[in-house]
Design a protein around this ligand. Sequence first.
Ligand SMILES: [Zn+2]
Length: 678
Amino acid sequence: MKQKIIIMAIIMTVANMGCCDKESKTVIDNETTSRVTKQLVEKHGEQNRVRIEKGIKQMASLWETEDGDVSAFESFCLDNFIGDAAEREQIFKRLCLQFETIYGGFNKMNVSLMEPIHVVDYTPFPIDEMFGSWNPSAHFEDDFFAGKIAFFVMLNFPFYTLDEKNELGQQWSSLEWGYARMGDLFTSRVPANISQKMTEAETVADNYIANYNIYMGKLVDDNQKTLFPEDMKLITHWGLRDELKSQYAGADGLIRQKLIYEVMKRIVDQSIPQEVIDKNDVTWNPYKNEIYKDGEKVSHTAEPFTRYEHLLSVFKAMKAADKYTPMYPSAISRKFDQEFELAQAEVEKLFITLLESEQVKQVGELISKRLGRKLEAFDIWYDGFKTRSSIDPQLLDSLTEKKYPNRESFVSDLPHILVTLGFPQEKAVSICNQVRVDASRGAGHAWEARMKEDKARLRTRIGDNGVDYKGYNIGVHEFGHNVEQTITLHDVPNYMLAGVPNTAFTEALAFVFQKKDLELLGIHSPDTNSKYLTTLDIFWGCYEIMGVSLVDVQVWKWMYENPNATKEQLKNKTIEIAKEIWNKYYYPVFGTKDEPILAVYSHMIASPLYLSAYPLGHLIEFQLESHYEGKNIGQETMKIFSNGRLTPQQWMKKGLNTTLSVDPLLHSVSTALTVIRD
Ligand SMILES: [Zn+2]
């Protein structure tokens, strides 16, 4: 026991030293927070204890020297806490009004300042880019801490963790949800130099990947034969992967696919010669790992674990922010709990359910049958379930161009589109009044409004001949976003609930709209198999990227446990993790062991912990799209999206009466397998 106390004392000393190395930090000690809490509870009653404790604790964790001394902290709390429920509600509404002005105003400035870049009506000038890169809200957080509004919000509308939101939130009213969302506004105070270092590390890693090209015409097999066009240059890993995918269409694609996979393995284990990265002076046999100049073998130097050096430096930069984000104390927690609002353990469980499903084996067998051979590791990228439209593209262009010869004709048809999808006439008109259509310079996008007096923007291409089919197809997709954006701004219970839980929810609606595009033109697609093929395609894509995501997260967990690891140790561990996950979830389907393929993704290096967003997005979209089947799109959209920005799980529960799950996808796969047999 005594030993335990000594150890505790050492830990506490170390912890104290840790917290004091930030010079500007005033320690609001436990004695102070207890004293202030006690006074506030005495003044405002026991019924307010929970939020008093929460608010004081949160404030203390973010209070700095420049905010004032201990007595300033104390008097701020005593003067600004609102105990009366009715008054608190009034203050909440006032804050909503003010935040709508602020966020809506920032957004309006961004949209307007970038309009010359996005919309065709302007003669482009170089100054447009300079305005476009200015961020009006860059100093918002600093200003709101300095002016103490941030502390006022924390004190009266404290932060709730993801678990608390999912647990307590089941009983919350819309107003209480709004209070909790307000508690999310100020949860960190990362110093500018730390943020800058994160951006720098990611930019450097991004540049490394952006310049990591392989000259495919310089690859040779064991007979010194080249298999790819002389001028083909592919970026890792996307370019390599997409070329590998495209080779499924060719009769002799397999030898090229095998060669690409050898290249990938050399990148993962860093045995790749430096002389072939973004350079084309030598030829390279990836099987033997030999390079040749003028037909003669020459010596080479392996890449010195640079890939893993970048990952380490991104990790270190992000870890440095941990102590300034006390509500989300690690990069993993910031990504999952804060950004996705889905607990990492919960996501992992979801992924494993799919990875271990019977369906992966069945679809694997189907692919093997379609390919007429045993599966290779790279068949995680099998691309043969894609469907192509059987309708003549020129016919489609002429149809849409005739229907929409200009912007005005497209705009005036938007209410009809909504009515066709089941929206009441009046609602259709009121939504369309909140959407402005612009002819886009780029492919197209939808941009939300963040204040009710502003409009959402629908941008798609409108050519001299009118809207071609591609412009129309994208336009319908973007319009789906605009409908969501309008409903979730105007029809939600309060401003703090504006929006959707995350982007997958708005994408789902956009795809529901987009898939109706031919029907809206009066064409009914005759291809009945396409739906099943699409399901299989989504499923196989999920199977692949869920494994990749697990590798990504496990590598980050390991880095947190081993923050002083060397780049070589990180390389070894990454490969070990990739093989472990392969052996567990892919070996039973593919029949080969110890494949490192899951570690090849470039996102792992340059976009920390982002990979899980893809399969999560697929699952949410699939589940939501399945929910729409056989239902009135208009009525359903108005109902479920007006619940506002709850957590994903609560949104699903309230709107769909279910939780996020892989089951709808697995069921659909089983159905598809009864139709697609070879
Ligand atoms: Zn979209």
